[in-house]
Design a protein around this ligand. Structure first.
Ligand SMILES: [Zn+2]
Length: 127
C-alpha cells in the first residue's frame, strides 16, 4: 500500500520534508489552520442566526400593525427568508413555522397569520 505524503503545508503551502504524516510545517501553521476552520464554522452559524433574527424582527414588526393582515410579499420585501425557521408547531390544528417565539402560517390568498408563543412554551419540562 502506497502512502501519499502531503508535499506542502496545508496552511502556507511551503514544501514539507520528512515524515509522511506531516501536514503542517510547524505548530503555528497547525494552529492557524484550525483557527481558520473554526472561524468558517462560526461564520455559518452567524449567517444563519442573522437570517433567523431578521425573520423574527419582520414577524414582530408586522404583528404591531394589527389592522391589516400582511401579505407574503410584504415579508419578502422586508427580507424575510421562508427557508429558515427554528421550529414547526401545531396550534388549533393549524401548522405554524416559528422563528424563535414568533410564528406564522400562510393563509388564504397569501395572507400571513402571525402568532406569538408564550415564554413558558420554551421552558424545560413544559409543553
Ligand atoms: Zn506552514
Amino acid at each position: 500500500m502506497a502512502f501519499l505524503a502531503n508535499e506542502r503545508c496545508l496552511t502556507c503551502s511551503k514544501e514539507l520534508d520528512g515524515r509522511f504524516d506531516k501536514i503542517y510545517c510547524n505548530d503555528l501553521c497547525r494552529a492557524t489552520y484550525h483557527n481558520r476552520k473554526k472561524s468558517v464554522d462560526e461564520r455559518c452559524v452567524r449567517a444563519v442566526n442573522k437570517i433567523l433574527l431578521n425573520n423574527r424582527e419582520v414577524l414582530k414588526d408586522l404583528n404591531e400593525v394589527k389592522k391589516l393582515k400582511p401579505k407574503k410579499d410584504m415579508l419578502l420585501m422586508k427580507g424575510f427568508n421562508f427557508d429558515f425557521y427554528t421550529q414547526v408547531k401545531d396550534l388549533n390544528n393549524r401548522t405554524y413555522k416559528f422563528c424563535y417565539e414568533w410564528g406564522y402560517r400562510i393563509a388564504a390568498i397569501d395572507e400571513v397569520e402571525i402568532v406569538q408563543l408564550d415564554e413558558s412554551s420554551f421552558l424545560p419540562g413544559k409543553k
